[in-house]
Design a protein around this ligand. Structure first.
Ligand SMILES: CC(=O)N[C@H](C=O)[C@@H](O)[C@H](O)[C@H](O)COP(=O)(O)O
Length: 239
């Protein structure tokens, strides 16, 4: 890391400590999947108290960076034919996100077949003058990446690296394990309620990223609709 990276890291560590990051990622190809909606969600999230924004795609990052100075965790998601890795798989993605205005760049931090090694992405993020976040799924890889200078370690991918449906709860144990080793942990993945987010902070997480529960209208609506449907048979029994 250069002195420039170090200064930025210090600023971000101050700004984001024990705070909420809102991921503004609409459902792919859904009615909200438009740059103007992403910008509106981002500004609304900032009004509500978000201290950071997680934004997918170069055009979205550019537009959000123009609209607010709130730090952006930038990612690019790709569906590759020969790799299950989706989040910021290429060095070109890192460069494009940095140019678009992301100050933090997140990349897939899992031990799966991938086009570019994790440490090469980490180096590229620092070379682009940004700070890195690894979206991890397991303890050892997160620890290794932190030891190689990755500033933020996220639990983002826990529960999403095999074909099983993800568990109901967030991976609190993974967050606590990394915290016990002094890592800057971003709790992410299934923090669907204020109580869950608060629990992560109480466990020592550096910050919490919330996505679906704030910015995916389709998901939130489905939770309510399903809950109502599931309540119906028991209501009939009650009558
Ligand atoms: C696994 C994966 O690809 N996660 C993605 C990472 O950017 C997003 O789809 C999630 O919405 C984000 O991590 C926030 O999580 P949640 O939506 O559960 O609050």
């Amino acid at each position: 890391m250069t002195i420039v990276n170090k200064i930025l890291e210090k600023q971000l560590l101050t700004l984001l400590k024990q705070s909420l990051i809102v991921s503004c990622q609409p459902v792919d190809h859904g009615p909200m999947d438009k740059v103007e909606h992403v910008v509106a969600m981002a500004l609304a999230a900032v009004d509500g108290g978000a201290k950071g924004l997680r934004i997918e795609g170069v055009e979205n990052v550019k537009a959000v960076a123009k609209a607010t100075s709130t730090p952006i965790v930038g990612i690019i998601k790709r569906d590759l034919i020969d790799s299950p890795v989706r989040i910021t798989p290429f060095i070109e993605d890192v460069k494009a996100l940095a140019q678009a205005g992301a100050s933090i760049i997140a990349f897939d931090g899992t031990q799966r077949q991938r086009p570019v090694p994790m440490l090469a992405l980490l180096e590229a993020i620092h070379n682009a003058g940004c700070i890195a976040m690894a979206d991890c799924a397991d303890y050892e890889t997160g620890l290794m990446l932190a030891q190689h200078g990755c500033t933020f370690i996220g639990s983002t991918m826990s529960g999403y690296t095999d074909l099983n449906p993800p568990p109901h709860d967030p991976d609190y144990a993974l967050v606590a394990h990394w915290v016990s080793q002094g890592l800057n942990v971003i709790a992410e993945g299934r923090y669907h309620s204020p109580e869950r987010a608060a629990k992560a902070i109480k466990l020592g997480a550096f910050s919490v990223t919330v996505g679906s529960a704030i910015t995916r209208v389709e998901h939130i609506t489905k939770w309510f609709a399903t809950s109502i449907t599931e309540a119906l048979p028991s209501m009939e029994t009650a009558i």
